[in-house]
Design a protein around this ligand. Structure first.
Ligand code: R5P
Length: 327
């Protein structure tokens, strides 16, 4: 930072909740910082207690915590951490949430239902966050639920680059296929980045049933290598049907690229049984060893730590984040 620019905040202080310790450590390593000490205790009655080891008064604080399973424990822990930092007079607090829960509950699309994503946004702000950072939310319009500024980062670029640099030359007539029409724009960007055509799967869900129904593939996959792309794999229902559908339609090798490995229920087991050459994902949510084993050497996990670290560095120095994406 030029000497004549006024520094508004103190140093960077990085905290990790219990959900994202490995990712938080990688972010700290990227920044050349240490994670700050804190105690997080769960009492027998499941109430949580947080204590910071050192003062954060006047500091620029970042809390890294995903809110995938156990969702409510991780969310509550994040909220209590934010409030603790607020009460200790941090100058600015940023919630860095690699995976933000309740993203799919973003509208009142039937009578007598909540908009839980809005509720989560309200809670994060009320707890004390001045800013938030998240990766590939299910729908970008959730930013309208926050009245604080946020960086909604596109980490699918990390996946695109991997395919471009490591697989593109070995792929035979590749086509990028989005698992549903909601991912069409990101799918188009992916296809353009590797100079491949695009196809789409039309998928319908029935009411609140978590089991999705894949219906038709729009586009040409016959005799081509297919890269199926999506934002997340939760139960795996959508992707299992998508793989079966493209295979029935004559696809050759199948690759799957997705940002968030939620892997609920038997997702990893079901994925492991699929005729898929490679599963490419990120570490936005840690994948437990027993689930990794089910996918064996076919699983590639790319780290989002450099992306988060660079955004934190730029936010701290008051520099553009958009520049990182040529915006
Ligand atoms: C849905 O619209 C998303 O893009 C994913 O396709 C969905 O969340 C995956 O869920 P599941 O793995 O449970 O089918």
């Amino acid at each position: 930072m030029p000497a004549n620019e006024m520094k508004v905040y103190g140093g960077i202080k990085l905290y990790s909740g219990t959900a994202s310790p490995e990712l938080a450590q990688k972010v700290a390593d990227y920044l050349g910082e240490k994670l700050c000490g804190r105690d997080i205790v769960e009492f027998p009655n499941e109430n949580l207690f947080v204590k910071l080891h050192t003062s954060v008064r006047g500091q620029d604080v970042y809390v890294i915590q995903h809110t995938a399973a156990p969702v409510h424990r991780n969310l509550m822990e994040l909220l209590i951490l934010l409030q603790t930092l607020r009460l200790d007079s941090a100058a600015r607090i940023t919630a860095v949430i690699p995976y933000l829960c309740y993203g799919r509950s973003d509208k009142k699309d039937q009578p007598r239902v909540p908009i839980s994503s809005r509720l989560v946004a309200d809670m994060i702000q009320v707890a004390g966050a001045d800013r938030y950072v998240t990766l590939d939310p299910h729908a970008y319009q959730i930013q309208g639920f926050f009245s604080i500024p946020g960086d909604l980062l596109n980490s699918s670029l990390i996946l695109n680059n991997y395919v471009k640099q490591n697989l593109r030359l070995t792929l035979k007539d590749p086509v990028v296929v989005t698992v549903d029409l909601g991912y069409a724009k990101k799918g188009r960007d992916f296809a353009a980045s590797i100079d491949a055509p695009i196809a789409f799967i039309e998928k319908r869900r029935s009411s609140n049933d978590a089991k999705a129904q894949a219906l038709t593939v729009i586009g040409d996959v016959k005799d081509r290598d297919v890269i199926l792309v999506d934002d997340e794999i939760d139960t795996g229902g959508s992707i299992v049907q998508a793989v079966n559908l493209v295979k029935e339609s004559g696809a050759q090798r199948v690759y799957i690229s997705f940002v968030h490995a939620i892997f609920s229920a038997n997702a990893a087991k079901n994925l492991g049984a699929l005729p898929v050459t490679e599963f490419i994902t990120t570490d936005s949510i840690p994948i437990p060893p027993e689930k990794r084993r089910l996918l064996g050497g076919r699983l590639t996990v790319l780290s989002v730590a450099p992306l988060l670290g660079e955004v934190i560095r730029r936010a701290h120095e008051g520099r553009s984040v958009g520049e990182m994406f040529n915006e």
